[in-house]
Structures are given as structure tokens and as C-alpha cells.
Design a protein around this ligand. Structure first.
Ligand code: AMP
Ligand code: ZN
Length: 494
């Protein structure tokens, strides 16, 4: 059993909707995170689950707990609209882009991994691809069939949710009432709306590109099967933590649990802790306009933001809170990052710190009581269901503390960054874009700009075009770009 040190790590478990003490059940904690379906670019929102899982991994490591992390890559079996029938997302993308499904999957998987690298997300131990596990998925479905949990229809093999004790517990489904789990399309012959496909048979006259032979005919596996099969195959029958976006709590994870517990039939919960991140709200309209497609990390980088600024933006909100993504918030994150790096750079090199025990030992060595207190506060924050906003505030407090000595501060910064992963130890100030944002201006500077903008508005209202042009030139010289909108003028720094 791993030795857990410091404040008790507490995590919010979707199973029961309670914040609970986390106790590892093995020397190496098994952690499975639902990964992307690689048929298109991943947008800014779906970076959050992996930064969140990365924070969790860092927190476990900080507590001295070893982790084996598996993140799947869905390259087959995910039908359009998350349904049980219809076209496969990858096949559709391949047809549209005139590329093979393998090329599509590889291209978008690599793009996704590159984005995670840029966000300083530690690589998982394994990224299994669903297409490599189809034989095992068929074997798994056969076991369920032998145990009497399934029925066959012309459209495929279905899991009979009425046979599953405790079906829908994770979603808090009302079993006495209806058992439907959200998006349910009509499937001919399906007994209950909550029953789901384990195998999707080819429709008559349709030949899929990705097709396998099975006891239920040619076709492809159901979407939920891969996560049960790959997690058990790589982490063992039972493991400690399963993560994913909040949208998975109601359907995908409910079905993963139902089929896994039916497969195991050992009367134990399959996975002990289910953690879900809330959504990042993207203003679809604004983003579609600015980028011509859904905004992704590469777009931010192209606009001069550092990927660490997006990581900082994410960590500035708790993973269970919905957060609005706005360019104003990005500007603030970029300015905060620049200030942080500028403040931290003179303290380098930082000592290597990954765990609480290491941080404590170094603070002791520096004989710095204040630093030790900051380290304990950092530990309390992360132990409290990964309270990264609090952790950031503690780091800022330490950096502003006039009493803090350099030796102790080095330890505090290294400790904070073991959990935040903001590259505080090596990110060069020059790497972070030097472009100023309004947040970087001194209050006087900002007031002067606003006064000029107001004067220009006044001149325009008076149709004094030459004066308005003069002011625009003046603002231009200050690096201020004015844009006239229906709601009045706005300005930004170049
Ligand atoms: P998908 O490829 O659509 O399965 O999405 C990959 C992951 O991103 C899933 O865990 C989703 O729950 C999650 N996700 C999708 N959109 C968002 C969003 N706007 N904010 C946070 N997570 C999201
Ligand atoms: Zn999954």
C-alpha cells in the first residue's frame, strides 16, 4: 500500500456525488481517461479533460502515489451523434477529406498529442487505439451473450439494461421511472431506450470501410465497448479512477459500468472513483467568426498567445466549474503568465520537486518556516479536490511576500509548479509573447488612452473628421488600434 502523506487527498466522486477521501487500493493506482475520437481537430474545450487528468496525476505523484495512466484513442466505432446506428464519424471524415480512415485517425491523433505536449501535459503510459482491440471486444461481447445479458436484432447485438442491477446509478437515473439515458434514437426492436449496441451490424446493402466479422455478422463494435475492454486489458479487472468530460456521466460511463459489471459479475463496483470535468463554454458564434472553424490551441498560438497561458486560464477555474472562454480572459491569463515568469526567472534554477516530501525536506534544509507554511498550504489546496485556483493564489501570495527569502521561495515555486505544470522553471520570458494587453498598462496610461478614444468619438460626433484622424494617428503612435463597432469604439494594443 502506498504511503500517503500530508493533508488527506479528497476527490469529488460522481458515483454518489460526494467529496470522499481517496485511498489507493494498490501500489500503483490505475487511472483511465476517456480520450478523443480522432476524426477532426480537437477544440479548446476538449483540451480540458486532459489538463484536468494531468493535474490529478501530478496530485497523486505529489502524494507519493504511483500511477499508471491509460488514455484511449477512438479510431473506430463512434457513430455520428453518439448513436448506435448510422455512419461512423471517421468514415464520414475520410470521405469528406478524400483520405483513408487510417490517415485521418493518425493525422488528428498526432495533432492532438502535439497540442497536449505544448500544454505540458505529461504523456500517458499507454494510448491504446480502439481498432487494435476489436478481437478482444468481440470476445467480451461473447461473454456477455453467454451470460444472458444480450439480445440480437438485425441492426446488431444489444445489451439488455433490464438485466443490469443498479443500471444508471452513476447518472442518478430514476429506475422506477423511465430508464432512458438522454440522446436516444429509434432502433427497430430495441426493448428499452437505454439498451445499447455492443455490436453494430452492417446495414443491408451498405459495406463499411472499417468492418470485422463477428458471431453477429460483419460490422463494427459499439462505442462504449472499447473503454471497458481496453481499460481492463491494460489496468486489470478493477482499477481506482476513471475520468472524462461531464457529458459522459449520463450515457457513456453508465453503459461502461453496466457492461463491465455484467462481464465481471463479482458483486464489486468496477471502478471506485469517477471524476468528471465540467465544460468550457465557447461562444460558438464569436469563435466561428474569428477562426472560420472551432477555435483550437493552434489558433491561439497564431494570435500570439503562449500555450501555457491557456493552461493557466484552465487552472484558474476549478475543474468542476463551467468556465466561459473569452479573449479578454485569455489576455488576462497571458499577462498573468508574463508577470509570473518575469518574477520567477531570477530565482532559477529551481530545485527538482515532484512530491510533498521532497518540498518539505528542502524547506527544512533552507530552515525557512514561512516557506514550509506555503508548502503546507499548497498541499491543503491540491488535497481539497484539486483546488488549482487556490493554489495559484497561494503562489502569488508567496511571490508578493516581502519577508520571503530567495532560498525558500525557490522551494515554494518548485512545489507549486510540480502541481501546476506551468513550466515556471524553464519558460523564458522572451518565449512568452511580448505583446502588451490592457492589463499590462499602468493606470495612468490606460486613462490617457481612454481619454483620447473618447475625444475621437466626440470629434466624429461633431463631424470634425480631421481632428478624429489626428487622434487616430496619435493613438496609432501609442500602439493602440481603434475599431469602430455598432456598440461604439473598442481598442486593443498591438
Ligand atoms: P470527444 O472527442 O467529443 O469525445 O471529446 C473529447 C473529450 O472532451 C470528452 O471527454 C468530452 O467530454 C470533452 N469535452 C468536449 N467538449 C468540451 C468542452 N467544451 N469543455 C470541456 N470538455 C469538453
Ligand atoms: Zn470512454
Amino acid at each position: 500500500m502506498a504511503w500517503v502523506t500530508g493533508h488527506q487527498l479528497r476527490l469529488y466522486n460522481s458515483l454518489g456525488r460526494l467529496t470522499e477521501d481517496f485511498a489507493p487500493s494498490a501500489d500503483v493506482v490505475g487511472l483511465y481517461s476517456c480520450g478523443p475520437t480522432v476524426y477532426a481537430y480537437q477544440h479548446l474545450g476538449n483540451m480540458r479533460p486532459y489538463v484536468f487528468a494531468d493535474t490529478l496525476r501530478r496530485a497523486l505523484r505529489w502524494k507519493g502515489i504511483a500511477v499508471r495512466h491509460v488514455v484511449n484513442i477512438t479510431d473506430v466505432g463512434h457513430a455520428v451523434a453518439d448513436s448506435d446506428t448510422g455512419e461512423d464519424k471517421l468514415e464520414l471524415a475520410a470521405a469528406k477529406e478524400l483520405r483513408s480512415v487510417e490517415e485521418i485517425a493518425e493525422f488528428y491523433a498526432q495533432d492532438w498529442l502535439a497540442a497536449l505536449d505544448a500544454l505540458n501535459v505529461q504523456r500517458a503510459d499507454v494510448y491504446p487505439r480502439a481498432s487494435a482491440y476489436v478481437d478482444q471486444m468481440i470476445e467480451f461481447a461473447k461473454v456477455l451473450e453467454d451470460k444472458g445479458y444480450t439480445y440480437q436484432l438485425p441492426s446488431g447485438l444489444y445489451f439488455d439494461t433490464s438485466k443490469s442491477a443498479g443500471y444508471g446509478q452513476l447518472a442518478l437515473l430514476d429506475l422506477a421511472g423511465q430508464r432512458e439515458t438522454g440522446r436516444v434514437e429509434h432502433v427497430e426492436g430495441r426493448r428499452l431506450g437505454s439498451d445499447f449496441a455492443l455490436w453494430r451490424a452492417e446495414e443491408p446493402g451498405v459495406r463499411r470501410i472499417m468492418r470485422w466479422n463477428s458471431p453477429w455478422g460483419w460490422g463494427a463494435p459499439g462505442w462504449h465497448l472499447e473503454c471497458s475492454v481496453m481499460s481492463m486489458s491494460l489496468l486489470g479487472a478493477h482499477f481506482d479512477i476513471h475520468t472524462g468530460g461531464i457529458d459522459h456521466r449520463e450515457l457513456h460511463h453508465v453503459n461502461e459500468i453496466a457492461q463491465s459489471e455484467a462481464f465481471l459479475e463479482d458483486g464489486r463496483p468496477w471502478v471506485r472513483y469517477w471524476l468528471h470535468n465540467e465544460f468550457i463554454l465557447l461562444d460558438a458564434q464569436k469563435i466561428a467568426k474569428s477562426a472560420g472553424h472551432t477555435l483550437r490551441l493552434a489558433d491561439l498560438v497564431e494570435s500570439g498567445y503562449h500555450p501555457m497561458a491557456y493552461r493557466l486560464f484552465l487552472l484558474g477555474g476549478h475543474y468542476r466549474s463551467q468556465v466561459d472562454f473569452t479573449m479578454t480572459a485569455m489576455d488576462a491569463a497571458q499577462a498573468t503568465l508574463r508577470r509570473l515568469i518575469t518574477r520567477v526567472a531570477p530565482l532559477r534554477p529551481l530545485p527538482p520537486v515532484e512530491t510533498l516530501d521532497e518540498a518539505r525536506a528542502l524547506a527544512d534544509l533552507a530552515d525557512d518556516k514561512a516557506a514550509l507554511a506555503y508548502v503546507e498550504a499548497i498541499d491543503a489546496a491540491i488535497a481539497s479536490d484539486l483546488a488549482t485556483p487556490r493554489l495559484l493564489a497561494i503562489l502569488q501570495d508567496a511571490l508578493r511576500d516581502p519577508e520571503a527569502g530567495a532560498e525558500g521561495l525557490r522551494v515554494v515555486v518548485a512545489a507549486a509548479d510540480a502541481l501546476l505544470g506551468l513550466r515556471l522553471g524553464d519558460l523564458e520570458p522572451a518565449e512568452v509573447d511580448q505583446r502588451r494587453t490592457p492589463d499590462d498598462l499602468a493606470p495612468g496610461e490606460r486613462a490617457a488612452i481612454e481619454r483620447l478614444v473618447a475625444e475621437r468619438t466626440q470629434a466624429r460626433a461633431e463631424k470634425n473628421w480631421s481632428r478624429a484622424d489626428e487622434i487616430r494617428a496619435e493613438l496609432d503612435a501609442l500602439g493602440v488600434q481603434v475599431t469602430d463597432t455598432a456598440a461604439g469604439p473598442t481598442w486593443q494594443l498591438r
